[in-house]
Design a binder for this molecule. Structure first.
Ligand code: GLC
Length: 419
């Protein structure tokens, strides 16, 4: 068998479509926002130029108002649904009309820090800086128009954790509109037991249709949507990305007061997500003001942004310890003690490599190096035992979802270097 790193590099090469990397052949034939960011880290371990190219292709999908779209449909591919004709965003290249977790500024900073070719990295990062700033301005403006410090997601797909049980009750409030008959393509690639249920899919599409009818106009969407959530994961990743953007601004001698303002506001907003009784963070339904009871792996992401106090971090680690008593592999995407936990189904239980990577860095930030090491070891064992899957069964270690998956390969390459 080929060395595992070699296999990982081969997967990235096989999923390369000439400048951007698709997440997995068949299942996801386009460029996805946060997938590509992790892919760039993987590429950088053996081809730095290609890593920066990945990000350049991502920004081809940036809208004039700064939004980075969650999918960029560079080349038409009928094997995917919902494709460009459903979104109908009139962008060139065609894109979806929503965003995804904003890790890109964090990745740019990491690429810079890891760079062997300093000049190449400085040039690219310098060039990307105004585009990154525009993206963050859009997030803090269009998605937090009242300056609460909590940036809203308006679709479960924006969270990157599509069918997480954390969205169930909010999603149930989304009226299902008259949809033309449609055929999902995901279930022809992956078993239905590992994918979202049909009733969820109707609501995902109903949201898309509503946004399309409003011409994706940010104010109308924010005001009129039936799905408006402060996702603890998305907000934490943005807070961390704001920190990284600030570091870039300082490096390039750019003004920083605006970014410092966002960071300050974010820290205050985050207090509303902390549940001191249970010692955990929870997402918030912004339409009703209700805290979302289901706890998922996203609740540990604030560690990555340095948000909890030392004492709060300790309480988060205790939760993780309990989860570790219930499953063999950390970190399951849903609390294994929750009745919604489904170890095979997508974001309702399985372990995801990129989430472990993010949480592990958060744990290291707070000095929990041994637990961070455990998260890394679990991933390596899963990949070595089951191959480069999209996600894994947290009890049996079985590989699930797509195969030859890009971010799994990319992070396997990028992770060892960190020790
Ligand atoms: C699924 C995941 C999302 C990911 C995409 C492509 O939609 O939920 O996080 O970006 O697939 O891999």
């Amino acid at each position: 068998m080929k060395a595992i790193r070699q296999q990982a590099a081969d997967i990235l090469r096989a999923n390369d479509r000439g400048g951007f990397t698709i997440p997995a052949a068949g299942l996801y034939p386009y460029q996805w926002l946060w997938d590509s960011c992790f892919c760039a880290l993987g590429w950088a371990t053996f081809d730095e130029k290609r890593a920066w190219e990945e990000l350049s292709w991502l920004f081809k999908g940036q809208w004039p108002d700064g939004m980075l779209a969650h999918i960029i449909f560079h080349h038409p591919d009928p094997s995917y649904f919902p494709g460009p004709e459903v979104w109908a965003t009139h962008h060139d290249p065609p894109t979806s009309g929503i965003t995804q977790p904003p890790v890109v500024a964090t990745i740019v900073r990491q690429l810079l820090e890891r760079a062997c070719d300093r000049t190449l990295a400085q040039d690219h990062a310098r060039q990307l800086y105004p585009k990154l700033l525009a993206f963050h301005r859009w997030l803090h403006g269009a998605r937090d128009p009242e300056h609460t410090g909590l940036v809203a997601v308006l679709h479960p797909w924006e969270t990157g954790m599509d069918n997480s049980p954390a969205w169930d009750t909010t999603l149930e409030q989304v009226p299902i509109v008259q949809l033309p008959p449609y055929q999902r393509k995901d279930t022809s690639h992956v078993a239905e037991t590992q994918r979202p249920r049909p009733k969820d899919y109707d609501r995902y599409l109903s949201l898309v249709v509503g946004y399309r009818e409003r011409g994706y106009e940010p104010e109308a969407l924010y005001r009129e949507t039936s799905f408006k959530v402060a996702d603890v994961g998305f907000c934490a990743l943005l807070q961390r990305a704001d920190e990284d953007l600030l570091a870039l601004a300082q490096m390039f001698g750019e003004p920083s007061a605006e970014i410092e303002g966002w960071l300050d506001r974010g820290r205050k907003g985050f207090r509303k997500l902390w549940d001191d009784h249970s010692g955990i963070y929870r997402s918030l339904n912004l339409s009703t003001g209700e805290s979302i009871p289901v706890i998922t792996s996203a609740s540990f992401l604030p560690l990555f942004a340095g948000l909890p106090s030392a004492e709060e971090a300790q309480r988060l680690v205790e939760h993780l310890g309990h989860w570790g008593d219930e499953v063999r592999y950390l970190v399951p995407s849903t609390d294994p003690a929750d009745p919604h936990f489904e170890p095979e189904r997508y974001w309702r239980g399985p372990v995801w490599v990129q989430v472990n990577w993010l949480i592990a860095q958060g744990l290291k930030r707070y000095g929990y190096a041994a637990l961070a090491g455990r998260l890394r070891e679990d991933i390596f064992e899963l990949v070595e035992g089951s191959g480069f899957h999209e996600y894994y069964h947290p009890v049996t270690g079985e590989g699930l979802g797509g195969r030859a998956f890009s971010w799994t390969a990319a992070l396997l390459l990028a992770w060892p270097g960190e020790g």
